[in-house]
Every structure is written in C-alpha cells, then in structure tokens.
Design a protein around this ligand. Structure first.
Ligand SMILES: Nc1nc2c(ncn2[C@@H]2O[C@H](COP(=O)(O)OP(=O)(O)OP(=O)(O)O)[C@@H](O)[C@H]2O)c(=O)[nH]1
Ligand SMILES: [Mg+2]
Length: 561
C-alpha cells in the first residue's frame, strides 16, 4: 500500500506560496472525506480531521490581514524579554521567579479592533491584549502592521495549566517562534515533544537561540551549528535559525526582520493550515489504500449467496410442492374420470404451503399477498449457510480494503439480516409459480377421457338393456356388429380400454411436464430471491464500497498541494 502523503513529504515547498483557493479546496476534500466515512470508521480516528475542518473554517473566516505569531519555549528562555523587546514596552512581566508568565499576553501592531475577534477566538483575555501603535513611532512600526505577537507560558512548566495552554495555542497560531537558550537548547522535551511534532509546519517555524550574549562570540556559531544538526534530526531542515539578545536592540534585528517578512507575505495563516492538512492527511493515510477496490463481490460469491438465500427461503420445498401440485392438478384434469374425483379429495400440495392455488393463481393477485406463507422455517444448517455466505460476500468485497474498513463492510452486509426472513417470505408469496393457467392439452385429454367414458357407459347401458329385455322375454335389441364384435360390447370394452390406455400414455407426459414446471418455478424463485439478496445484502455493501471510494478520492485531493 503506497503512502498518499508520501508525495507531500517529498514535495517540500520551502518558501512556495500557498494559494488560498487551493487550500480551501483541500479543506473541502477533508470535509468530503469525513462525510464519506461518517458512521463507518471509528470516531476517535477522525477527531484531528474534524478539529482541522472546524478550526480552519474559523481561522479563514476571521481576519486574513493579521498574522498570529507565538513565542514558545522553555521557562526562562527569554520569551517575555523578546516580546517586550519587540514591542519596545514592558508589557509582559519578566522575572527571576520561574515560571513567570502564566497567561498568554498579546501585542497587536496596528488597530486592535480588527484583531479582537481573532484574539477572542484564540482566547487571550482582553486585559492581556496590548496595542503597539503610537503616533511617535508609527513609521518605524509600519512594517509590522498586522502582526499579533503572543507571549506564551512555558511548555516545560511545573504548572500543568501552562502546558495545556501552550498546547492549545500551538494548534491555533499562524507561526511559532521557538525560543531556546544556550543552556537548554538541546533539551529533550523541546525536541521530542514539540519541534519534532511540528515537522509538517516547517514553513511556519522559526527557531531563535536567545541570550546569545551569554556565550563568548566565538562560541555562537558552534552552538548554532549544533542546534541546526538537532533541528535536522527533528525533521526541521531548512527552518530559519537566528541568534537573539533580548537585552540589546542590536540583537533583535534578525528576528525583527524575519517577522517583518512574515507579516508582509501574509502567508503564515495559509501555510500553517496547509501544514495542518498535511498532518491530518498523513494521520488518515492508513485508512485508505492505493488500489481502487472492485465494485463488489465476484459472481461466484454472489451465486453462493443466492443459493444460501434460496435454501433459507425454502425454495427447494416450494419447487418440490410445485412439481407435486402440477401432477396433482394434471391428473385431476386429465385422468380417468373416476380417478379424478378421488384426486380432488386430496389437498393441493401448494395450498398446504399457503401458496397460490388454482383459483388465486397469477402474478398480480399473488404479488399483493403480504400474508406469510407456511414454507418451513430454515433449518439451523440453512441459517448458518446463509450466515457464512453473507460473511463471504463481506470478506470478498473488503478483500482489497485497508484494515479499518472490513468491519464496516461486514456490518453493512449484516445490517438488514433481521428483515431478511420476512422479505424472503413475501418474495416467495409474491412469485408467480407458473401454475396459473390450465394447459390446453389437459382440457383436450380430459375431454377425450369423458368421451371414451361416455362410450363405455353407453355400451354398458346398451348391454344391460339387452339383457333385461331378454330376461323379460321381450324382443331383443338389434345389436349392430362391427366386424365380429357387437357394437355395445365394443363401446364398453373399447371405451374402458381407451380410457386406461390414455391414462397410461398421459402419465409420463405429466411427469415430464411437472419437472418442467418445477424447473420454471425454481428459475423464477431464484431470480426473485437474488433480488432480495441484492437489496438486503449487496446494496448495503456497495454503499460502503462507494463511501470508501469517495473517501479515498477525497483524501487524495486533500493530499494534493
Ligand atoms: N543576558 C540575557 N538575559 C536574558 C535575555 N533574555 C532574557 N533574559 C533573562 O532571562 C530571564 C528570563 O526571561 P523571561 O523573559 O522571563 O523568560 P520567559 O521565557 O518569559 O520565562 P517564563 O515566563 O517563565 O516562561 C530574565 O531574568 C531575563 O532578564 C538575553 O537575551 N540576554
Ligand atoms: Mg515569560
């Protein structure tokens, strides 16, 4: 599985500009991703993406003319001193007692009004907001107009509340100036817990080695080299690294210049959010794969599902009943008339299953049937076969998906399991089993049976009459002869014989036609049951696969710088 964000990391942009529209499109893509996976993936994994979408939307809606820069670092590194030196006012207390700064202070260059909503959102209390705008030095400070500088508490604080405040603010500001001092610049806390975490925000990261005056001048380049090496290990190659001296205006020139450039570019907010999108996309990367998955399970898995559904729906029992019912009805219609009457006394096999009998047959009439059939409930074996077939559908459909998805696919495949028995039963009840019309040949054979029976009865009557007349000594009937056989005898024996012969000849035809009726019913039922499988099992699975494809495309778009 290739890494979508790998491309982002390779294509580090340095000072490349971030286009606001492109950023908004990437954020929209993250939003699309979240919509696509809603309810399918664990919420916990999506928290950073939700937070980003929410934060970015707010930040972009607030002033884009302001750049929020935070001074962050360990206690005593000189954040407040730098803050005051840049403001050229004693705004944030600098002390010897550690930690000194407990709440964030803000200094706004330019009018406060525009920045207030931004500071409300960031959460800097009004009494800790200051304005760096005076008529006297207005020109000197013009280059910093639009800057909102924050003096943060210490992130390595013994006070838990300080750390929480720092972590919260680091998620909101546009740029971070990490302040380190010669004693603690190699401290593990700053590198492991903070700088390394910010490697996707390289283009909004500045590192300053403050208190440079405390080092012999020849030592400064060596310490800077050492710090650069550590930053490279942190993944922060190429970030601006400066030395500063807060107590000397000359030692502030580099940092001031860097801030002026940041303010002039008005890119920090966009770059920060672009870095956030990179981070979020990288975190979501393992939730999507590289290959586009197939649209659903393969044909043979679907066939197995349909077979299992047919078994659970009682299709074999119904088709068996169709075959029997065909024979029953065919014999009742074409058999020897005496046998027919006896046949009719026996119940119709389809009626026993509460399926359409001869009178109410026909697809339209049957389609409206909602009442349950009496098709036997699925056996434990049929139920477990269905369970396995559904599982196989989910497994095959999710075969190419990353680890987070098979669970959602399986849940979708089983989501309507509870509705399946009723749906299958309604489908069976609503299927035209093909026994609605009485075939013409039944009527022809039935008619012939009546005729030959009639002939036999006439022959019998004739003979009985002849005997009776003879017994009474009356003149005998004149029996016409057919060849050597008298006509009444021929009618009786011929009629009986023809009837039996016709029955004997019809029987194999009925059996053959019953098998055909069964095959036809089986075909119809299987097709209808397959539709139930499509609606209740395959469609929910395809919906999840569709969501996956959308999520994957969306994340791809979000990764594209
Ligand atoms: N020599 C020298 N001392 C400095 C410099 N910057 C700060 N200091 C001193 O270092 C100490 C700490 O400075 P602060 O500005 O309070 O440090 P901080 O980072 O704000 O500390 P917290 O608010 O506790 O997080 C103070 O005594 C400052 O006077 C510098 O550049 N050179
Ligand atoms: Mg401070």
């Amino acid at each position: 599985m290739t890494n979508i964000t790998g491309r982002v990391r390779e294509a580090f942009r340095g000072d490349q500009r971030v286009d606001a529209d492109a950023l908004i499109a990437r954020l929209d893509a993250v939003r699309r991703f979240l919509t696509a996976v809603d309810g399918l993936l664990p919420d916990a994994e999506l928290v950073p993406a939700h937070t980003l979408v929410e934060r970015a939307g707010t930040r972009l809606a607030l002033s884009r003319d302001h750049t929020v820069v935070a001074l962050a670092g360990a206690t005593g590194s000189g954040k407040s001193s730098l803050f005051n030196a840049l403001a050229q006012l004693e705004l944030s207390p600098v002390g010897v007692r550690r930690p000194t700064t407990g709440v964030t202070h803000a200094c706004v260059w330019g009018p406060l009004e525009g920045a207030n909503r931004l500071l409300d959102w960031i959460g800097v209390l009004p009494r800790h907001r200051f304005v760096r705008e005076s008529a006297l030095d207005a020109d000197d400070e013009t280059a910093l107009h639009g800057l909102i500088l924050l003096d943060l508490p210490d992130f390595d604080s013994v006070q838990r509340s300080h750390r929480l405040e720092v972590d919260r603010l680091l998620g909101l500001v546009d740029q971070v100036v990490w302040v380190v001092d010669p004693q603690k610049y190699a401290d593990r806390v700053i590198h492991d817990s903070y700088l390394r975490e910010f490697h996707r925000h390289r283009d909004v990261t500045v590192v300053v080695l403050n208190q440079a005056d405390r080092l012999p001048p020849t030592e400064v380049p060596r310490v800077l080299d050492d710090l650069r090496r550590l930053l490279d290990t942190d993944g922060l190659t190429g970030v601006p690294l400066l030395s500063t001296t807060a107590i000397d205006p000359a030692g502030m020139v580099g940092l001031r210049g860097a801030l002026e450039r940041t303010v002039a570019e008005r890119q920090a907010a966009l770059r920060r959010l672009a870095g956030d999108v990179d981070t979020v996309v990288a975190g979501l990367d393992e939730l999507v794969g590289s290959a586009r998955p197939a649209g659903g399970p393969d044909d043979s898995t679907v066939d197995s599902l349909n077979r299992a559904l047919a078994g659970a729906a009682g299709v074999p029992a119904v088709t068996e009943a169709v075959q029997q019912a065909y024979r029953h009805r065919a014999v009742a219609a074409t058999g020897w008339p005496l046998v027919r009457g006896w046949r009719r006394l026996r119940p119709d096999p389809l009626r026993r299953l509460h399926l359409p009998g001869p009178a109410d047959a026909g697809a339209d009439a049957a389609e409206s049937l909602v009442a349950a059939t009496s098709v036997p409930d699925p056996t434990a074996a049929q139920r477990s076969a269905l369970g396995l077939a559904i599982r196989a559908v989910a497994d095959r459909a999710a075969a190419d998906l990353p680890a987070a998805w098979p669970g959602a696919v399986t849940a979708a495949a089983r989501s309507r399991l509870g509705d399946l028995p009723d749906a299958l039963d309604r489908t069976i009840a609503g299927t035209d089993l093909g026994l609605g019309r009485r075939p013409l040949w039944w009527r022809v054979v039935g008619g012939v049976q009546w005729l030959v029976t009639l002939a036999a009865v006439v022959g019998l009557g004739w003979l009985v009459l002849g005997y009776a007349l003879r017994a009474l000594g009356l003149p005998a009937l004149d029996n016409p002869m057919v060849g050597q056989v008298p006509l009444p005898t021929l009618l009786l024996l011929g009629g009986l014989l023809a009837g039996l012969l016709l029955s004997a000849l019809t029987r194999p035809v009925v059996r053959w036609a019953a098998r055909r009726a069964r095959a036809r019913a089986e075909q119809r039922l299987t097709a209808k049951v397959a539709r139930v499988g499509e609606e209740y099992v395959l469609t929910p699975v395809r919906v999840v696969l569709g969501s996956y494809a959308q999520a994957r495309d969306a994340l791809r778009d979000a990764a594209r710088r």
